[in-house]
Design a protein around this ligand. Sequence first.
Ligand code: SF4
Ligand code: SF4
Length: 84
Amino acid sequence: MALTITDRCINCDLCEPECPNQAIALGDEIYEIDPARCTECVGHYEVPQCRAVCPVDCIPLHPEFVESHAELYKKYLALTGTGP
Ligand code: SF4
Ligand code: SF4
């Protein structure tokens, strides 16, 4: 599952540089996660790095992008160009 940023975001800028997939960018009002690039950090880290640094805990799972660990790993391989 990709993660998503809620409107509780305070634009603190901490998460964007931590994302290994460049999935986070500043949107019109708050930071946003591109679900096509978010692997929940699978392939890179044990836990989602954005969540680990967010001071207001506003990064839940995205309910519309349900993916298994295997699917997230395939996405990681595709994003990094290390797939078959
Ligand atoms: Fe980026 Fe990982 Fe957060 Fe997804 S969970 S947005 S890949 S830091
Ligand atoms: Fe928003 Fe949390 Fe990212 Fe800070 S770390 S910009 S509060 S989502």
